[in-house]
Design a protein around this ligand. Structure first.
Ligand SMILES: [Zn+2]
Length: 697
């Protein structure tokens, strides 16, 4: 799943927030190593083999009714009852394979069914549950699309994590796998699509049709999906996988292809990287009206929101977010669908990999610098959620009163942890280990031990200490670094300032430090494990900068005291995008009193080849001077990247109250001219807002 992102915290606040965050109330103790039973959603009484739904979906009544059938095989002798999940359902009757009515008791979220006679181990039985529901969650009815004001009925489901139980009785934990079958009747104007392959369509009358879909591979039931509506469906060529894009009738082919068009090459890239084929013969992606989350990786049927459907320019406007979500959900078909976390407490095994793979695709198409900077954004988002920082990634969510759906840190810290593991093992060997991991655990459930063992078997490297430090523990090294120059030596002092607790350790990590001098650059490979460290690092020539973790290889927060000259040197090094990224918040502060810093900030805004850095510079340029006002107008009107233009236009609004844009202002005239040719909707709206401010009395 890809949750909707929380707003990005301005980077200059990040260090501050990490430092000044309100103390997190001490949670109840839990074992650092996740308890494998309590956190897998409870024990199973039987093995779910197959789930078959025979439903009628009544859009007008917002109702679903029909029969949900679950085939089980007993795991123990004398199995006298079976369990399903259901919330807010009206259960009408339950009967078994022989047609015998069974006694059931609803204790939400469980439905306990007493069998007619106990099953012996290995014996199979089926539960047919006839029910009806007007669900408030899990199944969503919509009346219109983003692209038309006319009545346009549609519906979709969203399972992760415990939502399906609100519209259908089923085993609703990720700790079991089943083949899926859906027969669903909808109004004649609607098409219904579900997991796997279409078996047949049966027309009943002038009013309705039943669509029959079947998924032959066993998947956890949270990956069940069905959608219905008036769709246009487009195919894309691929040698072995049936690729399809599904959009509302009015959305148009261009939007569908602009948004989903990279899927085939993305798939080829992932197959090559992971050394394993896409797991399924079909892969459809649907864009849903008013979807309830960023994206959802239902097996063979990924769903995203209609807001992602855009022209090339509109997608650029969203800063490439559609591309990253599509990559994220596609990666889940391996990490999550084919190989699934053993319970929601192990969610990081789904999400950390999907987020890391998403960035791998960014690196492939936008370059390594863009990938590194996106990773920096994840660092800032992770630090921006102070309430999540101390939480381990593997966590008993249920007893901590914290929903995995809000587990931001598995999406932000997660890819960092995988990145650090990949660097430790070596990227090529790490990818080979992933191939073994996926192959070995294909169509089954995994915990961290399975992943660690696969990496060990493939490469001989032991990731268990990293899992203990980064997954079963929470927090991160909150580094405070200072230096003094003594002759031709730097006295470097480092402190880990995080408050240790039963979940937050003192970290033991390697750390690179570069001394940048007039002669060149010298790297020192250090290691910290104590509360405080001091090192004496020799250098030659004149010292120009001290760069901590220059490759961005470590997930940490960093407060480093250094001179304005050092920050200026760092921000001016256009060859090192990561260094410029980190220097920009400091440069903004220096710019308040330094014309040279203001000039450098505006030069980054104007000239840096990396759009993410021009955008960050635009964000830091909001308030400074007359020159910055002109520079932001220029960026709004001329920058080739829509994301920079819209950021610059939004930045200008902070100038407007004091210096309104009015008709006599030549800068306003430029904005008016730009507005007419602007292709980015966000920029156009921001310019309109600016000019409105200017017109106000
Ligand atoms: Zn996800």
């Amino acid at each position: 799943m890809r949750i909707s992102p929380s707003p990005l915290i301005p980077s200059f606040l990040v260090g501050l927030m990490a430092a000044c965050a309100a103390p997190i109330p001490a949670p109840q103790p839990w074992p650092l190593r996740p308890d494998p039973v309590g956190q897998i959603g409870g024990e199973r009484l039987a093995d779910l083999l197959h789930l078959s739904l025979d439903l009628e979906l009544d859009h007008e009544a917002r109702e679903v009714r029909g029969v949900a059938s679950s085939w089980f095989r007993a795991l123990r002798d004398d199995t006298s009852e079976l369990l399903l999940h259901g919330v807010g359902l009206e259960i009408l009757e339950v009967h078994d394979a022989a047609g015998e009515a069974l006694v059931f008791e609803v204790q939400e979220p469980q439905i306990r069914i007493t069998l007619a006679r106990p099953l012996a181990k290995g014996e199979e039985e089926v539960l047919h549950v006839r029910y009806r529901a007007q669900p408030e969650r899990g199944l969503y009815f919509r009346d219109e699309t983003r692209f038309s004001e006319n009545f346009a009925p549609s519906l979709f489901t969203q399972g992760q994590k415990h939502n399906h139980r609100h519209w259908v009785p089923l085993w609703d934990e990720p700790n079991d796998r089943a083949t899926l079958e859906v027969r669903a009747r909808v109004g004649l104007s609607m098409e219904l699509i579900s997991n796997g392959q279409l078996v047949e369509v049966e027309r009943h009358s002038a009013e309705s049709r039943t669509f029959h879909w079947r998924m032959e591979q066993r998947v956890p039931t949270y990956l069940l999906a069905l959608i219905a509506g008036r769709f246009d469906r487009y195919r894309a060529p691929h040698p072995s996988v049936e690729l399809e894009f599904i959009v509302a009738e009015e959305a148009g082919e261009q939007r569908a292809r602009e948004t989903f068009g990279e899927t085939a090459s993305m798939m080829n890239f992932f197959e090559k990287k992971l050394g394993t084929k896409f797991p399924y013969p079909r892969y459809a992606q649907g864009a849903m009206a008013d979807f309830v989350t960023g994206g959802m990786e239902n097996a063979t049927l990924t769903l995203v929101g209609e807001s992602m459907l855009g022209t090339h320019e509109e997608n650029q406007d969203l800063e490439g977010r559609p591309r990253r979500i599509i990559a994220h959900e596609l990666a889940h078909q391996w990490f999550g669908d084919q190989v699934t976390c053993w319970g929601w407490s192990h969610l990081w095994l789904n999400e950390a990999f999907a987020s890391w793979m998403e960035l791998a695709w960014v690196g492939e198409v936008e370059g390594e610098d863009a990938r590194r900077l996106r990773l920096e954004q994840y660092r800032e988002r992770f630090l921006g959620r102070a309430d999540r920082v101390a939480l381990p990634m593997a966590l008993d969510w249920h007893t901590q009163g914290c929903s995995p759906n809000r587990a931001h840190h598995v999406y932000t810290k997660g890819p960092w942890v995988i990145e650090m593991m990949s660097r430790f093992v070596g990227p090529k060997d790490f990818d080979a280990a992933l191939a073994l991991y996926l192959e070995r655990h294909k169509d089954s459930l995994v915990t961290a031990d399975d992943f660690v063992r696969a990496v060990f078997d493939a490469t001989g490297r032991n990731l268990m200490p990293m899992v203990q430090q980064w997954v079963w523990s929470g927090g991160l090294p909150e580094l405070v670094v200072q230096h003094e120059i003594a002759g031709q030596e730097v006295n470097l002092q480092l402190e880990q300032s995080q408050v240790p607790s039963h979940t937050v350790p003192l970290f033991d990590c390697p750390l690179s430090v570069d001394l940048v001098t007039s002669i060149g650059r010298v790297r020192h490979e250090l290691r910290f494990s104590e509360r405080s460290h001091a090192w004496r690092l020799p250098f030659e020539g004149e010292l120009l900068n001290v760069l901590i973790d220059p490759d961005g290889a470590l997930l940490s927060s960093l407060r480093q005291t250094k001179s304005e000259a050092f920050w200026m040197h760092q921000a001016a090094d256009f060859e090192e995008p990561l260094a410029v990224w980190r220097a920009l918040p400091a440069l903004r502060q220096i710019a308040a009193s330094s014309p040279a810093a203001r000039a450098l900030l505006l030069r980054i805004l104007r000239e840096h080849p990396e759009p993410l850095l021009r955008q960050r510079a635009a964000r830091q340029t909001t308030w400074i001077s007359e020159a910055s006002r002109a520079a932001l107008v220029r960026a709004t009107c001329e920058d080739p990247a829509p994301s920079v233009r819209s950021q610059a236009a939004r930045g200008l609004s902070s100038h407007a109250p004091g210096r309104p844009f009015n008709g006599r202002d030549p800068l306003a005239q430029r904005l008016v001219a730009a507005q007419e040719t602007e292709t980015s909707a966000r920029t156009r709206e921001a310019i309109t807002a600016l000019l409105l401010i200017g017109d106000a009395p």
